[in-house]
Design a protein around this ligand. Structure first.
Ligand SMILES: [Ca+2]
Ligand SMILES: [Ca+2]
Length: 98
């Protein structure tokens, strides 16, 4: 049960990350914002750094592992966008929560 709360908080943080990026007026994707070395992938380190103001490192790493669908240790744009879209739609998550 606690784990679900944990992930919910992490998801909220991702939303915040996206909202903040949008507020910047440049429409910078959260992915691009997180990919600080611009190599086209978000490493765990980059992810943790991107969300550190909103979740602690442990939560960030758990979230990273959840988003990293192929478990290669980095997030592609597709993985990142998929995670954000999924949370936004909420359908799949809602079903899982039951
Ligand atoms: Ca990167
Ligand atoms: Ca990956």
């Amino acid at each position: 049960m606690k784990k679900y709360l944990f992930l919910a908080a992490a998801s909220a943080a991702l939303f915040t990350l996206e909202a903040n990026a949008a507020e910047g007026g440049k429409k910078k994707a959260p992915f691009a914002a997180a990919d600080t070395d611009n190599d086209g992938k978000v490493s765990q380190t980059e992810f943790v750094a991107a969300v550190k103001n909103r979740m602690d490192e442990t939560a960030a790493k758990a979230k990273f592992a959840e988003i990293d669908a192929d478990k290669d240790g980095s997030l592609t744009r597709r993985e990142f966008a998929g995670a954000v879209a999924e949370k936004r739609g909420g359908k799949k998550k809602k079903d899982e929560a039951k």
